[in-house]
Ligand binder design. Structure first.
Ligand code: PSV
Ligand code: MN
Ligand code: MN
Length: 388
């Protein structure tokens, strides 16, 4: 088994982006439970994200969602974030909340609606220019509920045209990242339902168009690590939206429902050199904390990713390859499971301390008084919009 000291340099480069919307109140269609201390502004969301980074050293950037996080001065917002010790990361577009998008956005039959959706993405690119963000992430709610409702082929063609128009404006250092989701809010067909469709669409655009894999966006039983392997192999894995699912797009804490799945995903990330910053893979969370506290929820999440990354890095690759090539089925499986069952928590705690970070970031947050302070300061927090 590889020693912890050997993997520490790779762990030191790990960066996990936090979603601004994780700090706002969210819930289900049945109820949103308000939480004391909820941010009232995007600045307060960024401040909370910065707290997660200070305690973990793992979360140096925050993703924004436009228009949820719309401000007048994005360059000023980027400066504010930098003062807090974090950067503005991915800009997420939103074409799923306006009445006009009832029957689609970039795929719509009406050119005026497509124009509005394209213009929104061009606005997001302007935001990125001001914030210095690299990635424009597009998730579309487009789809239909009934067979025959729309011409699926025509919608796919219009999607390609709309994306091409957006891609033409993507800067040389920027990327277009297309996210897929197998269903919801549409229940018959979705226009970008799977990695194959996302891949086909971005491959037609060019090199700076890549795919986002949201771990919650697959049918039960899907071998997600296979998709990770394939997209890395094709050079098209742009980013992860990490979360956990038990049933649908639950947006629960990553690594909570199925830590073994997160481990298997990280094994393929390591195997495909996805941890190498040169790979360009962005590791993000896409979670909503409905009943748990939000800042500790994010701390728990980044620690879960770090723990499974450490276990994946500890995998004895040479022995695994030897066992695989010898046709040693149980031996190979055992080597993988040995890495999975390694408790890395004590080593990670000691390593954190050696880098001037709290050994236990969850306890450090509880002791910090930060939550009590924001509870007192922030009254009347806004409800973060969310899309399941
Ligand atoms: C859609 O379900 C999604 O996963 C997309 O990433 C959205 O941007 C995000 O949720 C926000 O709710
Ligand atoms: Mn997502
Ligand atoms: Mn989702």
């Amino acid at each position: 088994m590889t020693a912890f000291d050997d993997i520490a340099p790779q762990l030191a480069t790990q960066a996990i982006e936090l979603p601004s919307w994780a700090f706002g109140n969210s819930g289900t269609r049945f109820k949103v439970f308000p939480t004391p201390g909820t941010p009232r502004t995007v600045e307060e969301k960024i401040a909370d994200a910065a707290m997660v980074h200070r305690l973990t050293g793992l979360a140096p950037s925050v993703a924004l969602h436009i228009p949820w996080d719309r401000v007048d001065d994005y360059a000023g917002l980027a400066r504010y974030a930098a003062d807090q010790g974090v950067a503005i990361g991915t800009i997420n577009s939103n074409t799923f909340q306006d009445d006009v998008y009832k029957f689609g956005s970039l795929t719509h039959t009406d050119p005026a609606v497509r124009r509005k959706a394209i213009e929104h993405h061009l606005e997001c690119l302007e935001v990125m220019d001001a914030t210095g963000s690299r990635d424009l992430k597009i998730w579309l709610a487009d789809g239909t509920n009934y067979a025959g409702q729309q011409d699926m082929r025509g919608r796919q063609d219009r999607l390609a045209e709309s994306l091409a128009e957006i891609y033409a404006q993507v800067g040389a250092e920027q990327r277009l990242v297309l996210e897929y989701k197998f269903f919801e809010p549409a229940f018959y067909h979705t226009d970008v339902p799977d990695w194959g469709t996302a891949y086909a669409q971005v491959a037609a655009l060019g090199e700076r168009a890549v795919v986002c894999l949201d771990t919650g966006h697959h049918a039960p039983g899907t071998n997600i690590e296979f998709i990770v392997m394939q997209l890395l192999r094709l050079g098209k894995l742009g980013s992860f939206d990490f979360n956990s699912r038990n049933y649908a797009d639950d947006d629960l804490i990553v690594g909570a429902a199925d830590p073994f799945q997160l481990f298997r995903i990280m094994v393929e990330v390591v195997r495909g050199w996805g941890l190498d910053p040169a790979s360009g893979v962005a590791f993000m969370l896409d979670q909503c904390h409905n009943v748990e506290e939000k800042i500790p929820g994010q701390i728990r999440s980044v620690l879960n990713v770090q723990e499974m990354t450490a276990r994946a890095l500890l995998l004895d690759r040479a022995s695994l390859t030897a066992a695989q090539e010898a046709g040693d089925v149980l031996g190979a499986h055992q080597i993988l499971m040995d890495a999975f069952y390694t408790d890395v928590r004590p080593a990670l705690a000691a390593w954190r301390e050696s880098r001037g970070l709290p050994a236990n970031p969850m306890a450090a947050f509880a002791d910090s008084g930060y939550q009590q302070r924001i509870n007192a300061e922030r009254v009347g927090g806004t409800q973060a919009s969310w899309a399941s």
